[in-house]
Write a protein that binds this ligand. Structure first.
Ligand SMILES: [Zn+2]
Ligand SMILES: [Zn+2]
Length: 154
């Protein structure tokens, strides 16, 4: 039985696999974050794309994500904090991803923001071009970007 790469100490089939296969939705932002890490490890690039805010999906460089996923040696994940409702439809997860590139161990610390639309949580990607603060929000809410998801992308 494959241990889940998200380091939940569960087997993959009982953890992130049903999420990756679309049988289940992540229940919260931490589960989504962990399943996205596991998707990088297992090179489920479509899952990375599908779990990003829909309006940002077209901005993602799938080939680059696939290359990064494949060429990186994934060494583990530490979730530090999960704030499930920093706002009614927003959550934050602080984590460290451990990996090695060309044999050199590295750490990536991030405070990621997530937004819930309907029943689904989505990752907000801070690395793709973002709208101006006065534009309608990327998540599809009627509020301006700065009053919605923009406040979490500093
Ligand atoms: Zn998992
Ligand atoms: Zn928003």
């Amino acid at each position: 039985m494959l241990p889940c790469p998200c380091q939940s100490h569960l087997v993959y089939a009982a953890c992130c696999e049903p999420l990756h296969r679309g049988f289940r939705l992540p229940e919260n932002a931490e589960q989504l974050m962990r399943s996205r890490y596991a998707a990088y490890v297992l090179q489920h690039i479509d899952y990375i794309v599908d779990t990003t805010v829909p309006s940002q999906q077209i901005l993602l460089d799938k080939a680059a994500i696939a290359a990064w996923s494949r060429d990186t040696e994934w060494l583990g994940l530490t979730v530090h904090t999960h704030t499930p409702h920093i706002k009614p439809h927003h959550a934050q997860v602080a984590f460290t991803a451990h990996f090695a590139e060309k044999g050199v161990a590295q750490q990536h610390h991030e405070l990621s923001a997530f937004v819930k639309r309907g029943e689904r949580w989505y990752f907000i990607d801070p690395t793709v071009p973002l709208p101006s603060m006065k534009s309608p929000c990327i998540c599809g809410a009627t509020r301006k970007f700065k009053a919605c998801c923009g406040q979490f992308l500093k």
